[in-house]
Design a protein around this ligand. Structure first.
Ligand code: F0G
Length: 468
């Protein structure tokens, strides 16, 4: 069979002053004319899009068909850049929206108002698999042999897994030294990825992987790749599915490299343009205080999308000051420990489309929220809990109303980063200080400490009487 793309899909520069278009068969991570990011776009008049979102429910009856089973490709009509039968799937996106009243109580919302979109249930344990399915589809049609990424851990775990399962490409991953949680590193190593650990942080790794892939013609799967973000749109389709196709009032998402927020904005914008939803939800993007580039740029320096002409001057001055003062991102939420988010401009666009807000939460707030998420039965990693901590803040500030319907995205699984969790609940002050104290975390507000007892039946029974 000849592998080819759909000719109603193309790539388009998002800049308000450029807008150049390119074939979907080209491998691009930026506009060759102006350097801005690219979208995958469609000539929707030539795409068979359902008349109503309910029509997607028909796929539920065809679970034997891998493309109907996939939580990404059952929405193929909304990301139709490749023929459906050629789309790569390893069973990603079996994630669903769950009502979480316990966590709602913590956040300050009325029962029935908070929902968690639990992306840790993906094959590699994070939301990245949604995007990887789409990027792999693009790479497959191009016949790529190797794929690379820089990563704070989850992208690399996902890439390594897709390579191991599909055998389509060899995985090359770049990670900063000591900057990646063990659960994620373990995955990349075990799935057989060529793992390049460089001295430096995520931003250093990102800059290098771009150079290396350009030089060696390696397919880049970071979220500067617009096909990745097409896959990540489907997280929001599943949110709508979980709400029986009703639009939530708020979507709250952690902000790192800003791929998710960019993809979510595009997902809703397209649905609105297609007449499949009647209003846009609002979006809240949550930075860790120790990695707050977006929050600083938006809230302090008032940078906006501005019709595709964001204030480049302000942005570059901010980055120059960051370098001059040697400020580097530092947070327990290592997944979002990023200085220069690559999708900044797309994210600014999403903020405008969704009347978005950006807030910051401390590592203390993140870990306390994570403990509450856990007590509610939804384990997640620290970066994911930023969404819940952020929602709590925004409710306290009156920005989110107590009776509004809020969706927090839990981006990654609890077991990705057990160090942070164990340190939070430990009785060993030294461990606490080493992992958390150094990040300004002062107390484990909701610690569930192990009870240490001698190996003696009477003592054990005494302890159970006391604590049980
Ligand atoms: N949550 C988790 C668990 C992540 O792994 C990431 C990003 C984010 C949130 C932030 O999402 O970049 O779309 O704003 N992890 C990337 C990685 C950077 O390399 O795995 P974003």
């Amino acid at each position: 069979m000849k592998l080819r793309f759909h000719d109603h899909a193309f790539q388009r520069c998002i800049s308000g002053t450029c807008g150049a278009t390119f074939d979907v068969g080209e491998t691009l991570v930026a506009c060759p004319r102006c350097g801005e990011l690219l979208d995958v776009d469609y000539d929707w008049d030539r795409c068979p899009v359902p008349g109503s979102l309910r029509e997607f429910e028909q796929a539920w009856a065809r679970r034997h068909d891998p493309h109907a089973f996939s939580g990404v490709w059952r929405f193929h009509a909304l990301l139709p850049f490749a023929p459906r039968e050629l789309c790569v799937t390893i069973g990603e996106g079996q994630t669903f929206l769950q009502r979480a009243d316990w966590v709602a109580g913590y956040v300050g919302l009325k029962p029935g108002c908070l929902f968690l979109q639990y992306e840790g249930m993906n094959p590699s344990g994070s939301f990245k698999d949604n995007g990887m399915a789409a990027a792999f589809t693009h790479a497959r049609l191009l016949g790529a042999q190797r794929a690379a990424c820089a990563s704070t851990g989850n992208t690399s775990a996902s890439l390594a897994l897709y390579c191991a399962v599909t055998r389509l490409m060899r995985a090359v991953i770049f990670v900063g030294s000591g900057k990646i949680a063990f659960g994620k590193l373990a995955q990349a190593l075990e799935f057989g990825a060529l793992t390049i650990q460089i001295q430096g942080d995520f931003d250093d790794a990102m800059a290098r992987v771009k150079e290396v892939s350009r030089e060696l013609g390696i397919y880049l799967v970071n979220s500067v790749n617009p096909f990745r973000l097409e896959g990540q749109k489907t997280i929001m389709y599943r949110v709508l599915e979980g709400l029986r196709w009703e639009v939530p009032d708020w979507v709250v998402v952690p902000g790192g490299n800003l791929g998710n927020s960019s993809a979510f904005g595009k997902a809703f914008w397209e649905l609105k343009q297609l007449g499949l939803i009647d209003r846009m939800p609002r979006m809240a993007i949550v930075n860790a205080t120790g990695a707050n580039t977006l929050s600083q740029l938006v809230n302090t320096h008032c940078v906006t999308w501005n019709g595709g002409r964001p204030n480049r001057e302000s942005i570059s001055q901010f980055y120059q000051a960051m370098d001059r003062e040697n400020r580097r991102a530092s947070t327990i939420a290592s997944a979002i420990e990023i200085n220069r988010p690559v999708n900044l401009s797309k994210c600014l666009r999403a903020l405008e489309w969704c009347r978005g807000v950006v807030c910051e939460v401390s590592d203390q707030e993140i870990l306390d929220a994570k403990a509450q998420v856990g007590m509610g039965g939804f384990g997640c990693e620290p970066a994911s809990a930023a969404s819940v901590a952020g929602a709590k803040r925004l409710v306290e500030q009156g920005i989110i109303g107590k009776e509004e319907r809020v969706v927090c995205v839990l981006t990654g699984h609890q077991l990705k980063d057990p160090n942070a969790t164990v340190a939070y609940h430990t009785t060993d002050q030294e461990v606490f200080n080493k992992v958390l104290g150094c990040r300004g975390v002062r107390r484990a507000t909701f610690a569930n400490r192990a009870v240490v007892v001698p190996n003696d039946l009477d003592e054990i029974i005494k302890a159970l009487r006391l604590y049980g």
